[in-house]
Design a protein around this ligand. Structure first.
Ligand code: ADA
Length: 560
C-alpha cells in the first residue's frame, strides 16, 4: 500500500511488495547466496545483516500479459539506488527519503527482470547520508509500484487552496507527461467538492507540461486539527475526442491556509501553538521501514499525550505517515535531509545539487498534504557564517518558488551567533537547558527571543524546536542523576512549564518522541550509550518512560 486511499481507478498498477531475491554485493558481483528479502523493509532486519553497511541487490521477475509502457515508482531506497530492467540501467537516485521513477517503453509481453542495487555505505558521493545521530538503514525501505501507462499520463497534481471573503478557491496544476515522440491532443477533466475543474484542452508536445485550473468552490469544510476534513481531487485524461479516459490520478486534499501574522502562527486565521515531538522513522522491529500499523501506533501515543504536531526530523517521511497525519489533524513540520553539517561538510562538491534534489522532490511529492504547515531546511548546519548563509538563502528561495503557500523555517542552535533568522518566516531554536547546559529554561527562552529579535527575527513567530535530555529506559534511581528516567522527567517538566507560560511562543517540540538507533562510530557518537539516542519519551519499543505522564499532564492542560 503506497497511500491510504485509492490513487487510480483507470491506470493499471501493481504494488511490488513481498518477497524479492536478495544478494549482498554489487549487481553482477554477488558476495552471498540468494536470500529472501521482504519489500518494503530494511536489510538490518535480516539476521545475517544486522549491522551490514554496503551494497545489496534485489531482483524480481515480472510477468506481463501484453505489450505496454511501464512506469516504476520507488518510494524510497536507502540510500543510493541503481535500477536495471532486463539488464539495462534505467534509473539512479541518491537519498533514502524521497521517491523517484523510471519509464521503460514498449515492453513486450512475457517475463522480465527488475533489479535494484541499494547502497547505504558512507561513500564519497554522499554529502547528506553521513555517520550521524540516527541510522542510515539499507534496502528498499519504502514501497515499489509498477504502473502501465500509455503514451501520455498524469504525473502529479499540485493543489493550492485560497480563501477570499469566506469563499474557498482551488488552483490545481496537473503535470502531464507525453512519453512519445509526437504531439498528442488531450483533454483533462477534474472534480473537487462536487465542482468540475476546467482545464483547457491542449496539444501536448513530447515531455512534461503543466495544465492549470482555477475554480471557486461552493460549500467546503476547512481542514483543522479539531476537524481534519479531507476531499478527493479527481482528474482524468482523455485522448482527442474519446469518451473513455486513458489515464487518471486521484489526490486527497484539505482546505487550510497558514499565515504568520503579529508574531504568531495561524491556521485559517486562528492562532495555534504547536505542542509535539521530533520523530525519527525508527523501530527495532522494522528499522526505518515502519508498517502503517506501527506508524499509527506512534500517532496514537502522541495523541494520548495531547500532542498536536510532529516534526519529521531530519528528512522527508514515508507518505503514508503524512496521510495518517492528514486524517488525524496532526500538524507537520516536514524537513529536508540534513543534520548538523559543518561548513566543511557543506563544501562537499555534491552538497548543493543533492540538497536541491531533495528539496524539489520533497515539495513536489508532498505538497498536497494539508497537515504539512511548514517546510524546514538544514537542521543545525552552518547558519552562523556568511558562506553557510548563502546555502540557506538559496534553499529557502528554491522552496518558496516551488510552493509559496507555506511559511518556511530552520532549526538553529547558534544562539546569538545565528545569521539567517531574517531569511525564514518562523524563528526556530534548539536549546537543551537542563541537559547540555544548566541554564534555567524560562530565562534562556527569553534570551533566545531577544537574540532572534536582534538578528532579523523580530515580529516572527518562534518555536522551541528541540529540547530534552537522555533517559535510559529502566534506569531509575532516587539520586535523579543525568540519564535516569527521573532526571529526564524533571528536565521535561521544567522545560514544558517554562515554554507553556510564554505567550510569544508558537510551538514546542520535544527531542524526541522515541529513542532511535544511531550510527556506530567513535568521536562524539560514543556519548550515545547503547548506540542509540536515548532522549525518547518512549523507548525504541515504544515503552513509556517516566516523562510520558509529565508530557501528558502539560500538553493536555487547558491553556489559560
Ligand atoms: C541536536 C540535533 C538532534 C539530536 C540532538 C541531541 O539538537 O538536532 O538531531 O542530535 O541534538 O540529542 O543532542
Amino acid at each position: 500500500m503506497i497511500r491510504l486511499f485509492e490513487t487510480n481507478k483507470v491506470r493499471r498498477r501493481r504494488e511490488l511488495d513481498g518477497s524479492w531475491m536478495f544478494q549482498v554485493g554489487e549487481k553482477d558481483a554477488p558476495e552471498s547466496d540468494g536470500m529472501d528479502m521482504q519489500v518494503p523493509g530494511c536489510w538490518e532486519n535480516h539476521p545475517k545483516l544486522l549491522a551490514y553497511r554496503g551494497k545489496g541487490v534485489y531482483t524480481k521477475r515480472l510477468e506481463l500479459e501484453e505489450k505496454t509502457n511501464l512506469r516504476f515508482v520507488f518510494k524510497g531506497v536507502g540510500h543510493t539506488a541503481r535500477v536495471w530492467f532486463d539488464g539495462r540501467l534505467i534509473a539512479e537516485h541518491y537519498n533514502a527519503y524521497t521517491a523517484f521513477d523510471a519509464i521503460v517503453k514498449d515492453v513486450a509481453s512475457g517475463v522480465h527482470e527488475l533489479s535494484i542495487e541499494a547502497d547505504n555505505s558512507f561513500h564519497e558521493a554522499s554529502s547528506l547520508h553521513i555517520p550521524n545521530d540516527y541510522y542510515s538503514y539499507g534496502g528498499i525501505t519504502r514501497p515499489v509500484v509498477m504502473e502501465e501507462i500509455g503514451q501520455i499520463y498524469i504525473e502529479r497534481l499540485q493543489f493550492t487552496p485560497r480563501c477570499e471573503d469566506g469563499r474557498w478557491h482551488a488552483t490545481v496544476e496537473a503535470i502531464v507527461h507525453n512519453v512519445s515522440e509526437a504531439p498528442i491532443a488531450a483533454r483533462l477533466e477534474g472534480s473537487l467538492c462536487g465542482a468540475s475543474l476546467r482545464f483547457a484542452s491542449a496539444v501536448v508536445e513530447p515531455g512534461k507540461h503543466t495544465l492549470r485550473a482555477v475554480q471557486a468552490l461552493g460549500k467546503v469544510q476547512p481542514w483543522s486539527h479539531a476537524q481534519p476534513e479531507l476531499y478527493l481531487l479527481k482528474t482524468a485524461l482523455f485522448l482527442g475526442e474519446e469518451e473513455e479516459p486513458a489515464d487518471d490520478l486521484i489526490e486527497r486534499v484539505g482546505f487550510r491556509v497558514v499565515t504568520t501574522e503579529g508574531g504568531k502562527l495561524q491556521v485559517n486565521g486562528e492562532d495555534i501553538v504547536l505542542k509535539g515531538f521530533n520523530r525519527h522513522e525508527d523501530h527495532p522491529a522494522a528499522g526505518s521501514a515502519l508498517p502503517v500499523s506501527l506508524m499509527a501506533q506512534d500517532l496514537d501515543l502522541m495523541a494520548d499525550m495531547g500532542a498536536n504536531c510532529v516534526r519529521t526530523s531530519h528528512y522527508p517521511n514515508d507518505e503514508r505517515f503524512l496521510d495518517l497525519c492528514d486524517e488525524r489533524g496532526l500538524y507537520v513540520w516536514e524537513e529536508n535531509h540534513a543534520r548538523g553539517l559543518s561548513l566543511q561538510e557543506m563544501r562537499h562538491p555534491l552538497f548543493i545539487s543533492q540538497c536541491e534534489n531533495v528539496n524539489r522532490e520533497m515539495v513536489e511529492q508532498h505538497v498536497n498534504h494539508p497537515s504539512i504547515i511548514t517546510w524546514g531546511i538544514l537542521n543545525e548546519c552552518a547558519s552562523d557564517s556568511e558562506e553557510g548563509r548563502e546555502h540557506y538563502r538559496r534553499q529557502l528561495k528554491q522552496i518558496r518558488e516551488l510552493d509559496g503557500s507555506r511559511p518556511l523555517t530552520f532549526a538553529s542552535h547558534h544562539r546569538e551567533k545565528e545569521l539567517c533568522f531574517d531569511l525564514a518566516d518562523i524563528v526556530s531554536v534548539n536549546l537543551y537547558p537542563g541537559w547540555y547546559t544548566d541554564e534555567d529554561p524560562g530565562e534562556l527562552c527569553d534570551r533566545a527571543r531577544a537574540w532572534a529579535d536582534a538578528a532579523g527575527g523580530a515580529g516572527k513567530p518562534m518555536i522551541l524546536s528541540e529540547f530534552g535530555g537522555d533517559g535510559y529506559y529502566g534506569y531509575r534511581d532516587a539520586s535523579r542523576v543525568r540519564g535516569t528516567e527521573e532526571r529526564q522527567a524533571d528536565i521535561i517538566e521544567s522545560n514544558l512549564a517554562a515554554y507553556l507560560a510564554r505567550d510569544y511562543l508558537s510551538g514546542m517540540l520535544i527531542w524526541q518522541f522515541c529513542d532511535c538507533r544511531v550510527t556506530e562510530a567513535t568521536g562524539w557518537l560514543l556519548s550515545r550509550a547503547g548506540t542509540q539516542n536515548s532522549k525518547g519519551i518512549v523507548d525504541r519499543y515504544r515503552r513509556p518512560k517516566l516523562a510520558y505522564d509529565v508530557v501528558r499532564t502539560h500538553f493536555t492542560a487547558k491553556q489559560k
